[in-house]
Design a protein around this ligand. Structure first.
Ligand code: RFL
Ligand code: PHB
Length: 396
């Protein structure tokens, strides 16, 4: 098989890249290890930055988002006996949207299916070859058991944090940075109307808690837990009790309404960056190159921003044989990656308790400063609502 761009991974990075390239007449093949149902069913990120929403709209993917997404002006930051609303619109003129990654994925699958996109789901034994030539290729065993080869002008690793593409870059050509955190998140999805208008991020001596949502009738909530926590040790009652205590049920007349939990899981937290995000004709985008802890709501937005930069660079490379944007892709993308890596680390460090009383006081002081100083609040708002996503093409 021959294509212009071979994409590994049908998550948001891979699907959006295929969609943006198709708008410029570039042909792609997507190879995905999981089934379509699995990819569509994953519960992940929930917040879209202003720039991500604008990009999705400009790419023709905004109709359901505009109808069903929930625009939020800002967030609530909470610590014992105090809850403060940071209004991003007042502070910096742009807010964020609640629109789950699951919904973004559905919109992408619908758009690519309508366009007849080739997607090989349930592909096994993927091999990536010849990335140092101008004819890189992928070989895999498809769901029908047949071995296939795709030869392309460029290969893009959109294969997430466990995919094989980042390992193809030789050790002598790459560098990695990482941090693991001494806590995880226990996340639940519940069939109950959110007890809050906008997200609550809460510092509490028992650990961080967050109240997010997916729709007017579905809530998404998180609790800081120890690494290695077994979800079976947390009954639904125990989860709701901990959420109520940490989110301040009963304070100033606010109550947390519990409801049926439909999904519960424990997510480890880590920061990871691999540089450069390109080696020869292999490019990395999204979680394959970088992972952030979810406290800054950046993972999905970074994947979208990478792809927004990479799509026009690939158009120039494969259509016009002009490698200038491809040559600067990694450096350009990494400026945003490091900004978001820092912001996600900063939010994580400010809000998760360590058990050390000195750390507690530093965190509370930081939170009071963010909530009382316009400079502090504006810094958080700028980062959370996101830097503008550069548009490298006339179309998006
Ligand atoms: P994805 O979405 O992980 O997609 C990568 C795809 O590559 C496939 N793949 C392969 N395909 C072919 N051959 C192989 N050998 C392959 N190996 C892997 C995978 O099956 C998958 O379909 O990466 P992408 O597109 O870069 O998108 C990034 C976002 O998904 C990610 O940043 C966020 O979801 C991170 N994240 C969260 N971010 C938030 O902002 N808020 C959250 O609440 C939040 N929750 C999460 C998350 C990530 C999670 N992961 C990755 C474990 C919860 C989880 C569980
Ligand atoms: C979510 O809704 O899943 C969510 C929202 C904000 C975050 C992390 C997760 O910072």
């Amino acid at each position: 098989m021959r294509t212009q761009v071979a994409i590994i991974g049908a998550g948001p990075a891979g699907m959006l890249l295929s969609h943006l390239l198709a708008a410029e007449g570039i042909d792609t093949v997507i190879v995905e290890a999981r089934s379509e149902e699995y990819v569509l069913g994953r519960i992940r990120a929930g917040i879209l930055e202003h720039g991500s929403v604008e990009l999705l709209r400009a790419a023709g993917l905004g109709s359901r988002l505009d109808a069903e997404g929930l625009p939020h002006r800002g967030i609530h930051l909470q610590f014992p006996r105090e809850r403060h609303h940071l209004d991003f619109i007042d502070l910096i003129g742009r807010g964020v949207w609640v629109y789950g990654q699951t919904e973004v994925q559905k919109d992408l699958v619908a758009a690519r299916s309508a366009a007849g996109q080739s997607i090989y789901y349930e592909a096994r034994d993927l091999e990536i070859s010849d990335v140092e030539t101008d004819r890189p290729s992928l070989t895999f065993v498809g769901s029908d058991g047949r071995r296939q080869t795709v030869v392309a002008d460029a290969v893009v690793g959109c294969d997430g944090s466990f995919g094989p593409s980042r390992a193809v870059i030789p050790d002598s050509a790459k560098q990695t940075w990482h941090r693991t955190y001494p806590f995880s998140w226990l996340g639940v999805l519940a069939d109950v109307a959110p007890s809050t208008d906008e997200l609550i991020y809460a510092w509490h001596p028992d650990g961080f808690a967050m109240h997010s949502m997916r729709s007017p009738s579905v809530s998404r909530l998180y609790l800081q837990v120890d690494n290695g926590t077994d979800i079976d040790d947390w009954s639904h009652q125990r989860i709701w009790d901990a959420l109520a205590a940490r989110l301040g049920d009963g304070q100033d007349g606010w109550t947390l309404t519990p409801g049926p939990i439909t999904e519960a899981s424990v997510l480890p937290m880590r920061s990871y960056v691999q540089t450069p995000m390109r080696h020869g004709r292999l490019f990395l985008a999204g979680d394959s190159a970088h992972i952030v802890p979810p406290t800054g709501a950046k993972g999905l937005n970074l994947a979208i921003a990478d792809v927004a930069l990479l799509a026009p660079a690939l158009v120039s490379l494969v259509r016009d044989d002009d490698s200038r944007s491809a040559d600067t892709y990694s450096d350009d993308a990494l400026r945003r990656v490091w900004r978001c890596t820092h912001f996600s680390w900063w939010m994580t460090s400010m809000l998760h308790t360590s058990g050390d009383p000195f750390d507690d006081q530093l965190q509370l002081s930081q939170l009071r400063w963010v909530c009382s100083s316009e400079a502090g609040a504006t810094g958080l708002a700028e980062n959370y609502a996101g830097l503008p996503i550069p548009s490298g093409s006339t179309r998006f």
